[in-house]
Design a protein around this ligand. Structure first.
Ligand code: ATP
Length: 591
């Protein structure tokens, strides 16, 4: 039977038992010393609680009945000592547990962040910001709450109840029986609420993630929201999400609170029965009134910890929903688990070769037996209609995703067989959506080469024609660019991204519409800078505007995930095919 119970509690990794066991296993040993000290202090507090109930017997019998004057002093002093010990022990225990709790949250947040950074892009494709933010904040706090509940219940409440029940049984075993008969139905009734609480806590999480995602959309999309007068729809979406959370929180509160009337009614009934019987025994049967008083005090003192113990399952299960969600992230497989065993990519020339590559994001095949070569040191351009798969090619070179069939090789080395770190350190990218961090301009450029000197950063900025506008900023290179680079213009952001790529000595360069956000004058500057940058590097350029790829050594025209035409601008134009058609559309035939 024990085995069956053990299986029920621990076999399912999602079960409350397994989750608590795992949390304890991962965290308890780090804080063994502190927990031990907290337990000792809890035992002291529990002992003091029991002593305060036991001393009632002496107060009644020796002070009030025997009217012993010296005992008044002795007992008063003892009561003071008991409560001082209880107060100090409770203080010490609370401080220790709070420190441990804060440290657990900090450790879990660091672990979650490191884990999330290592996850593949696919995870980020399907996970909203709100989901991630909620898991970071609330779910790590839930882990701490569970640890606290388990430790405090095991330590403080169980020890207090054991101490007080001992006093009760010692003072009056028969009366204790009445209390024990009332308890089991109360606990059973409370545990019935657990399943409902679990379900509501889960849907509350989903609504909370919606709130955070909406806040993020508001922050990032405020211009579009205002310009298209989308405020009402945003407000409606937010109101719905907030009302959902509010409703769910109320439901949980109602269910949790429902334990109170249950416990109060049954508790009151037990106490009334005991007073009836105890009073009768003292008055009519001449039993010791001091012992009876001591019993009642112990019973009343035990009432709160017992109530907490009865509510424990409901509280634990509310918090365990968060712990489960936290472990969902921590148990994700790393994007590149066997990274250490892989070879380092050795660049000799920098030739990139796609050979019959198939790839899907979901069901639909985005690349179909794609083959092309980007020759070493040359500029290869990818053109084609929107959605043809050009940006996907870049994602695959960076190994953001794994391919289904075929091979991608750099200098004959299959990208699946080399370490991702070595691959990415050889590739620099400047993309359509330039992302800048909310740090200084210099720091944003230095991402291209960790540890770069001020001079190196400046030279890169000069080459990217960014130096002069940076000098005009309030604090020059030390200006904070704002979230997502919000304080800079699109063209400025792009030039910083180009400087970042300049700084990186990567022999492979990926340019995704790199100059799309520049006006004609700065585009001319940047084209000039890019020409310098591309020199001697293998470059793949995605450009919608064919003017920017005319001078490429080789142009591949992509359509629906495959290359349909390849050659130089002149060759392709002469073929009179898709490229010719695209050129006619863009240049009105004047080329
Ligand atoms: P554009 O010129 O408009 O940028 P593209 O040629 O670069 O287009 P890709 O961005 O590679 O095209 O997209 C190819 C196809 O893959 C499109 O149908 C797109 O909807 C789909 N796709 C792109 N990224 C993802 C993603 N992260 N998850 C699912 N599908 C995606």
């Amino acid at each position: 039977m024990f085995k069956a119970l053990q299986n029920k509690l621990f076999k399912d990794p999602e079960s409350a038992g397994s989750l608590i066991k795992r949390l304890l296993k991962e965290n308890f040993h780090h804080y063994r010393g502190q927990y031990l000290l907290a337990f000792i202090l809890m035992a002291l507090a529990a002992g003091a609680g029991a002593a305060s109930a036991a001393i009632m017997k002496n107060i009644i019998n020796e002070v009030f009945i025997a009217q012993d004057a010296t005992m008044v002093y002795v007992i008063s002093f003892t009561v003071m000592a008991i409560f001082t010990i209880k107060g100090l022990a409770t203080y010490g225990q609370l401080v220790i547990l709070s420190r441990v709790g804060n440290s657990i949250v900090a450790k879990l947040q660091k672990k979650m962040f490191a884990k999330t950074l290592g996850l593949g892009i696919r995870y980020f494709d399907r996970t909203s910001f709100g989901d991630l933010a909620t898991r970071f904040g609330q779910n790590t706090a839930a882990a701490r709450a569970v640890m606290d509940l388990v430790i405090l219940t095991l330590g403080r409440d169980i020890m207090a109840v054991v101490g007080l029940v001992s006093v009760m049984v010692y003072q009056n075993p028969r009366l204790s029986l009445i209390a024990f008969v009332i308890m089991p139905p109360a606990v059973f009734a409370v545990s019935k609420l657990v399943r409902r609480v679990k379900r509501i806590a889960k849907s509350q999480f989903i609504s909370q993630t919606k709130i955070l995602s909406l806040v993020k959309e508001m922050a990032l999309g405020i211009r579009i929201i205002k310009s298209f007068r989308y405020e009402n729809q945003m407000q409606t979406a937010m109101t719905t999400a907030i009302s959902e959370v509010e409703g769910q929180a109320n439901k949980i509160a109602r269910l949790t609170a429902r334990t109170s009337p249950l416990m109060e009614t049954l508790g009151g009934f037990a106490i009334a029965m005991i007073i009836l019987y105890g009073g009768y025994a003292v008055i009519h049967l001449g039993q010791d009134p001091g012992a009876f008083f001591s019993f009642i005090t112990a019973l009343l003192l035990a009432y709160d910890p017992v109530k907490r113990l009865a509510r424990l399952q409901v509280n634990l299960n509310t918090q365990l929903v968060g712990v489960r969600l936290m472990y969902e992230i921590l148990d994700q497989e790393d994007a590149h688990p066997d990274e250490e065993n892989k070879k380092t990519l050795q660049i000799t020339h920098g030739e990139i070769k796609f050979n019959n590559v198939d790839f899907c994001y979901g069901e639909e095949r985005v690349l179909k037996a794609l083959s092309f070569t980007a020759k070493a040191g040359e500029v290869t351009a990818l053109v084609g209609s929107s959605g043809a798969g050009k940006s996907t090619v870049f994602s695959l070179i960076e190994r953001y995703y794994d391919i289904e069939n075929g091979t991608i090789a750099v200098d004959g080395q299959n990208l699946n067989e080399v370490s991702v770190t070595s691959l990415r350190s050889n590739v620099a990218i400047v993309s359509q959506d330039t992302f800048l961090f909310d740090r200084t301009v210099a720091e944003n450029i230095a991402i291209g080469k960790p540890g770069a000197t001020k001079e190196e950063i400046q030279v890169a900025a000069q080459n990217a024609h960014a130096h002069s506008f940076i000098c005009e900023l309030e604090n020059g290179y030390d200006t904070i660019v704002g979230e997502g680079g919000g304080r800079l213009s699109g063209g400025q952001r792009q030039r910083i991204a180009i400087a970042r790529a300049m700084l990186s000595r990567a022999p492979i360069l990926l340019l995704d519409e790199a100059t799309s956000a520049l006006d004609a004058k700065s585009e001319a500057h940047v084209q000039d800078a890019l020409k310098k940058l591309m020199h001697g590097r293998t470059t793949i350029v995605i450009a919608h505007r064919l003017a920017t790829v005319r001078n490429a050594d080789c142009i591949h025209v992509m359509d629906k995930g495959r290359v349909i035409e390849s050659g130089s601008h002149e060759e392709l134009y002469a073929q009179n095919g898709t490229y010719h058609h695209l050129c006619d559309l863009q240049f009105n035939g004047n080329n």
